[in-house]
Design a protein around this ligand. Structure first.
Ligand code: ACO
Length: 322
């Protein structure tokens, strides 16, 4: 039994913020941001746009593409590190928005690897035979927890959501998934306040902000992604040249290029959206996947390698026949 992607969808907030616009409020430039990261612009959630509202739109589009109705969904897994509320989970809020009480619904927090983790969980439910149709979402409103005075982080992130409908299939679909984590490096990329450790009422946004040692994270990301794409190839006895499309987490064009080089893939076989979306964390891989499907680049029967790296650290990949 496989889990096959039956449909994809995505949703971005309306407001676009360019690098030039950011350079009016922090000491940066379009040239610095574009050269170091590949980012040119990002979408920023405005009033009424939340992780759940973006998820709902992405989910409806994915269900429409898959030809399924909300009533057909028997599992919702939502990858996010920026839920609407502490609880209920955003997956439960999404379920209510879709009007489908009854099926299990829960969030997965693996920072930027959230969608890869969520896909893996849903794939295991389907392989075990307990679920036939799963809605898997990666969605974030990360700009809500950005320190807009920190030029080292505020230029990197954007908001957005992507979704897939996974269906049980006898013939083709997800070939393997590979997840990893290393909690010992948490200080390199984190948001160090919360319910149990406490908030900091004296600080801006009660201390809720992304802290990152960018150059260290960069090194760890390249190394971890190198090993996880090798792991996926080895597990399936595949040669690197058999991959049709690399659909990477969109954090930094230089990290993406390093993984493509490792796979000996020309950049025209790599889906790149980081220039338009920035780093949308859990949203990035499903947003890139949906764009690749909508544009007609990705075709049925092709071999896709999805991968991500994020805070935790967490990292992983999904190898699938589309
Ligand atoms: N504009 C201008 N200058 C800047 C900016 C900016 N926006 N940001 C930093 N700088 C300066 C720094 O202050 C530093 O100046 P100094 O040398 O005078 O001290 C200089 O630029 C170099 O800084 P570095 O941090 O060494 O720059 P680097 O080349 O490493 O690029 C970047 C920084 C883009 C953040 C990169 O390290 C990166 O992409 N890292 C990985 C990010 C990532 O993949 N995160 C994982 C997922 S995120 C998640 O899970 C939520």
């Amino acid at each position: 039994m496989y889990s096959r992607i039956a449909g994809t969808g995505s949703c971005l907030p309306k407001r676009v913020v360019t690098n030039d616009e950011l350079s009016k409020t922090v000491d940066t430039s379009d040239e610095w941001i574009a050269t170091r990261t590949g980012i040119r612009q990002r979408h920023v959630a405005g009033e009424g746009e939340t992780t759940v509202s973006l998820s709902k739109e992405a989910a409806l589009r994915a269900m429409s593409a898959a030809g399924v109705s909300p009533d057909d969904i028997d599992l919702i897994v939502l990858g996010t590190t920026t839920p609407n509320l502490i609880f209920p989970s955003s997956a439960c809020l999404l379920q209510a928005e879709l009007g489908i009480a009854g099926c299990p619904a829960f969030d997965v927090n693996a920072a930027c690897s959230g969608f890869i983790y969520a896909m893996t969980v849903a794939d295991n439910f389907i392989r075990s035979g307990s679920v036939k149709t799963a809605l898997v979402v990666g969605a974030e409103t990360l700009t809500r927890m950005i320190d807009w005075t920190d030029r080292g982080t505020c230029v990197l992130f954007g908001d957005g959501a992507g979704a897939v409908v996974l269906k049980a299939d006898n013939e083709t679909g997800i070939l393997s998934t590979h997840l990893h984590a290393d909690g010992s490096k948490k200080e390199l990329l984190w948001n160090p306040v919360g319910v149990s450790e406490g908030f900091k009422p004296e600080e801006e946004n009660a201390g809720v902000r992304v802290l990152m040692t960018g150059n260290e994270v960069f090194k760890h990301a390249v190394k971890a992604l190198d090993s996880v794409v090798e792991e996926a190839l080895e597990a399936n006895g595949l040669d690197r040249h058999e991959i049709d499309w690399l659909i990477p987490h969109q954090a930094n064009l230089r990290i993406i290029e390093a993984t493509a080089k490792r796979l000996d893939m020309p950049m025209d076989r790599v889906i790149v959206t980081v220039d338009k979306h920035g780093n949308t964390s859990s949203g990035s891989v499903p947003l890139a996947l949906d764009e690749a499907v909508q544009s007609g680049k990705v075709q049925r029967g092709q071999l896709l390698l999805l991968e991500a790296f994020g805070g935790g650290f967490t990292w992983g990949s999904v190898l699938l026949r589309y």
